[in-house]
Every structure is written in structure tokens, then in C-alpha cells.
Design a protein around this ligand. Structure first.
Ligand SMILES: [Ca+2]
Ligand SMILES: [Ca+2]
Ligand SMILES: [Ca+2]
Ligand SMILES: [Ca+2]
Length: 125
């Protein structure tokens, strides 16, 4: 029984790391206009961003303590918490990270902004 669980976990980890190679600018740019819209980011962020790594208790939202592990300034927490419930759900978190890395504030990630986000550890790669 134990072995079965082990193999299931190992297989999941392997498929996750294979999947991670899809995390490229071209793969995320679904409509090929050379920029990543917020919708494209949201559509690709689920399961590929590091959000779930920071959700330590796995309840689907980040508390202030969990947010403290992300490396973002803790002062951003209240800005990103749109509904003021003191937790960041993945929409709030990904919305916040999207705006944070949209340096020219045009509502899209150009390739250089995408690369900054990637090197800041937004993606699980
Ligand atoms: Ca696009
Ligand atoms: Ca949590
Ligand atoms: Ca919230
Ligand atoms: Ca931009």
C-alpha cells in the first residue's frame, strides 16, 4: 500500500516537472500577439505558478503569514486583498502579481516584463 502511494506521488512529480517546460512566453501567449493579457496569465497560472507552494496549509488562499514567504513586500498584501477578507485567493494573488510586473502599466506583459516576472519566481520552473 505504501509503495503504491509512493509511485503515485513520484509519477505526479515527474509529470509536473515535464509540464513546467511549457512555461514559456510563446506558450502563454495564446493569441500570438506578442504580449500576455491578464486573462492569458490567469488561464496559465493555475497549476503552474508558485502560488500553491506558498499556500502552506493548502486551503486555496494565502494568509498574511503565507504571503510573507513569497518575497513580495508585505505591504502589498492589503492592496492585493480586493475583498478585504485578510486572505488572498488565487485571483487576488495573480491579479496582484500581474500588475506588479506590468512595469509600463499597459495591462499586458511584454516579453521583458514576462522575463522579469519569471526571474522573480512567479513560475514553478
Ligand atoms: Ca496574447
Ligand atoms: Ca493557506
Ligand atoms: Ca481576499
Ligand atoms: Ca506591460
Amino acid at each position: 500500500m505504501r509503495n503504491k502511494i509512493f509511485f503515485a506521488v513520484a509519477a505526479t512529480l515527474m509529470s509536473t516537472s515535464l509540464y513546467a517546460h511549457d512555461v514559456t512566453f510563446e506558450a502563454m501567449d495564446n493569441n500570438g500577439d506578442k504580449k500576455i493579457s491578464k486573462d492569458e496569465f490567469h488561464g496559465n497560472a493555475i497549476g503552474r505558478s508558485t502560488y500553491s507552494d506558498y499556500d502552506l496549509n493548502g486551503d486555496g488562499s494565502l494568509t498574511k503569514e503565507e504571503f510573507g514567504e513569497t518575497g513580495y513586500d508585505e505591504g502589498l498584501f492589503d492592496d492585493w486583498d480586493a475583498n478585504d477578507d485578510d486572505e488572498l485567493n488565487h485571483y487576488e494573488y495573480h491579479g496582484g502579481t500581474f500588475h506588479y510586473h506590468d512595469d509600463n502599466e499597459d495591462g499586458y506583459w511584454q516579453e521583458d516584463e514576462w522575463e522579469n516576472a519569471a526571474s522573480d519566481g512567479v513560475w514553478d520552473i
